[in-house]
Design a protein around this ligand. Structure first.
Ligand SMILES: Nc1ncnc2c1ncn2[C@@H]1O[C@H](COP(=O)(O)OP(=O)(O)OP(=O)(O)O)[C@@H](O)[C@H]1O
Ligand SMILES: [Mg+2]
Length: 234
């Protein structure tokens, strides 16, 4: 459903991604792996319309969306959960969720979130900026959940979180995937990402070095040489 075709992109004069072709099929989870600085965040930014590629195409289904803006891609069912947190820090959890729900014209947003994230349900009146990092990350994910996206781009959503929260977040990702949402998942815990992925891609210095079944990528020497610690840590 989401494809990058021969994408080259970068910042100013520096090229980061070179001729990257990558497909995220309907209902599938694709893990995007690579060392620090390989270009994973850049790839997600290109896919979500935040960064224009210098050449190549972005397709959603059969539509060329290369020149669309992020909100237009959102209307087509794409949701980007960026590195860091996309929440309104001064509003309460309830207000954050109401804002997302009303944008979507849905009245049942709070109930849906309460079911998926009991931890947030217990904090509806708390100002978002005073929640722990992990709780704020959950609120950002709850937003993705409410928009009922067809494909979600997730950039290190478990970054810096305690193991218990990481597990909760992965449980949620599995649930989102079971609901039929496709995912492109960038994750520091490579092993955890591979465990829920249908396909895996390895980015090495901005080029797609390997694509395949998660078990094959996990066992490859190439992945081990770039992701040694991340594979061991999962
Ligand atoms: N706004 C920017 N301006 C200039 N260069 C940038 C910018 N953002 C990223 N880069 C450079 O692009 C390259 C790829 O960065 P990117 O953030 O995509 O890597 P990454 O794979 O997400 O790394 P990490 O695992 O550390 O998050 C890096 O060399 C980085 O310094
Ligand atoms: Mg990154």
């Amino acid at each position: 459903m989401l494809s990058l075709i021969d994408v080259t992109a970068g910042y100013g004069d520096s090229t980061v991604l070179r001729d990257v072709t990558l497909h995220v099929p309907d209902h599938s989870v694709v893990a995007l792996l690579g060392a620090n600085g390989a270009g994973k965040t850049t790839l997600l930014r290109v896919a979500s319309g935040l960064l224009r590629p210098s050449s190549g195409q972005i397709m959603m289904d059969d539509i060329d969306v290369t020149r669309l803006r992020p909100h237009e891609l959102g209307q087509l069912g794409l949701c980007h959960v960026p590195e860091g947190r996309g929440v309104f820090r001064k509003l309460t959890v309830r207000e954050n969720l109401q804002l997302f729900s009303s944008q979507l014209g849905r009245a049942d947003g709070l109930e849906r979130v309460a079911q998926a994230f009991p931890r947030l349900a217990a904090r509806l009146n708390q100002v978002a900026g005073t929640m722990s990092g992990g709780e704020q990350q959950m609120l950002a994910l709850a937003r993705a959940y409410l928009t009922q996206p067809r494909v979600v781009l997730l950039d290190e959503v478990s970054m810096g979180l305690a193991p218990k929260l990481v597990d909760e977040i992965f449980a949620f990702l599995i649930r989102l995937s079971r609901d039929g949402c496709a995912m492109l998942l960038v994750e520091q815990f490579a092993t955890k990402a591979l465990a829920i992925a249908d396909y895996a891609c390895l980015l090495v210095q901005g080029r797609l070095a390997d694509v395949g079944e998660p078990v094959d990528i996990a066992a490859s020497d190439l992945a081990a040489s770039y992701l040694g610690e991340a594979l061991a840590a999962g």
